[in-house]
Ligand binder design. Structure first.
Ligand SMILES: Cc1cc2nc3c(=O)[nH]c(=O)nc-3n(C[C@H](O)[C@H](O)[C@H](O)COP(=O)(O)OP(=O)(O)OC[C@H]3O[C@@H](n4cnc5c(N)ncnc54)[C@H](O)[C@@H]3O)c2cc1C
Length: 471
């Protein structure tokens, strides 16, 4: 993708020169649009320091902060510290799951691999471990996670708590690999659970949003370390959507990014290989996105020209391939901040929904330039998993962090809902308790388990109250 970006920037710049006289109004618009979002105060009136998530979409001023080193310390915080007590992983959720005016709790000091079994390829890991650290730690014992998400900055517990997923044929989201879990509750218990022991806790609290207790460790079903070839190829979007069922059947991991207003998509496949190592080059995320942004900035009101210029460049981009161990290739760096909504749809509805999303954006939101991400995830049986009981096709829409994202809710979400989608727990959506009760078959049972583990609602912040109680 690096060549695309550099060329696109050059093309955009050249055309800007040609059209400069007519573009005075646009220039002003672009300057205004490119302003940083208003700064949030670094502390509140009582001197409590700001906490903010990665994208800047959620923040709060916790009265207390804690970083326990043991389950004993954790239990004392859970039972005594000011509520709401909210666990934070790496703060990469877009939704307001974490903000609290009570206690913010990190498990950063409860990280690392506890034990492993070379025969079953299982490893027990502390919940505060970051995925980026887990990759090399597992590789050292000959294991790798079955899949990884687009980035690896998340904590293990944070990723599991929101149903974080990658993409791939028959491959479940990360929580699908959790075979056992230990959770500390505000009632003062530490519960070890799995499919046979306290199964109701295992089923309800695995994708638990930090609303059932604080997970302290999980046992992951991993797989032996593999070398993989990752290939990136730019192809016409129409061709890719037609070939999507075939692509899903052919590759271990496959996804594509629709590049709106260009007619093209970037298809990314990853397959096991014995080819020699060819390490990934420098990441081109910034170049690519800023190239697409520049085209948007100057050709927003000339979509035909925008499409033509982008298309001409993209048609020339050769496929790119890298070969290495999977944990080094599956996740990416995403230095350009954005906001995001993502829904998981019944797989059979995915392409129809995607076509509607592309048409809606290209008709009504000519300011959009971020790619639309399309993935596939296998069914699982966690009660609050968006993939509960059905293979799902996900569609994610992004907006640059400086720009408006209200169109997620007015334009895109209605399409997803009409197609039977369930939102990603960590990504922006407007659903409340009554909506979730309709789209999750085991919603009621999960609610009963939550009330039993946290009868006083010490873990519920306003956002979670909207999800579990009164929305
Ligand atoms: C750039 C970017 C790329 C992303 N890519 C993907 C992707 O490819 N696939 C995908 O599915 N998602 C993706 N996400 C979303 C992200 O994976 C989820 O939001 C994930 O939850 C973030 O993990 P975290 O450690 O930052 O958790 P946080 O956002 O800090 O917390 C998430 C939830 O986990 C809970 N939690 C944290 N620790 C514990 C604990 N010990 N016990 C119980 N609950 C706990 C929190 O209370 C909260 O409810 C992406 C997000 C960003 C910003």
């Amino acid at each position: 993708m690096s060549k695309l970006s550099r060329r696109a920037v050059v093309v955009g710049g050249t055309a800007l020169g040609a059209g400069a006289i007519a573009a005075g109004g646009l220039a002003t618009r672009n300057v205004l649009r490119n302003r940083e979002p208003p700064a949030i105060a670094a502390q509140d009136g009582q001197g409590h320091l700001l906490w903010s998530n990665w994208s800047g979409s959620a923040h709060s001023y916790p009265a207390a902060r804690a970083a326990p080193q043991s389950e004993e310390e954790l239990l004392s915080i859970l039972t005594r510290s000011p509520a709401p007590v909210r666990a934070v992983g790496s703060g990469h959720s877009f939704t307001s799951l974490v903000p609290t005016e009570g206690t913010l709790l990190t498990l950063d000091r409860m990280a690392g691999v506890v034990s492993h079994d070379p025969v079953t390829n299982r490893a027990t890991v502390r919940a505060g471990t970051r995925l980026v650290d887990l990759g090399p730690a597992l590789a050292a014992i000959g294991q790798e996670m079955i899949n990884l998400p687009d980035i690896n900055k998340q904590s293990v517990a944070g990723a599991i708590a929101t149903g974080t997923h990658g993409t791939g044929r028959g491959i479940q989201a990360i929580h699908g690999s959790v075979v056992a879990m230990r959770i500390a509750t505000p009632g003062g218990e530490v519960i070890d659970c799995d499919a046979g022991n306290r199964p109701e806790v295992y089923n309800a609290a695995r994708v638990g949003l930090g609303a059932f207790g604080v997970v302290t460790q999980v046992t992951l079903q991993n797989q032996p370390l593999h070398r993989v070839a990752k290939r990136v190829e730019v192809r016409p979007t129409g061709e890719v959507t037609e070939a999507w069922p075939e692509l899903r059947a052919q590759h271990r991991n496959v996804e594509f990014y629709v590049l709106p207003f260009t007619g093209y998509s970037a298809v990314i496949t990853t397959d096991v290989t014995d080819k020699p190592v060819k390490p990934r080059g420098p990441d081109a995320d910034v170049d690519t996105l800023m190239g697409l942004k520049k085209l948007r900035d100057w050709f927003e009101f000339a979509p035909g020209l925008r499409r033509k210029l982008a298309g001409e460049e993209m048609a020339k981009i050769p496929p790119e391939e890298m070969v290495d161990e999977g944990w080094k290739l599956l996740s990416n760096e995403r230095p350009v901040r954005f906001n995001e909504t993502e829904y998981h749809l019944p797989i059979e509805n995915q392409v129809a929904a995607l076509r509607e999303v592309i048409a809606a954006i290209e008709t009504h939101r000519k300011d959009v330039f971020f790619p639309i991400e399309v993935r596939v995830i296998a069914a699982d049986d966690a009660w609050l998993s968006p993939f509960y009981g059905r293979e799902s096709g996900s569609i994610a829409v992004h907006a640059y962090y400086k720009e408006d994202y209200q169109f997620f809710f007015t334009l895109i979400e209605p399409i997803f809902r009409r197609h039977g989608g369930r939102p990603h727990w960590g990504k922006l959506n407007t659903l409340k308790a009554r909506d979730f009760a309709q789209i999750y078959p085991r919603w009621k049972e999960a609610g009963e388990v939550r009330r039993a583990l946290d009868p006083q609602g010490r873990l519920l912040n306003p956002y979670l109250k909207g999800i579990f109680l009164d929305g």
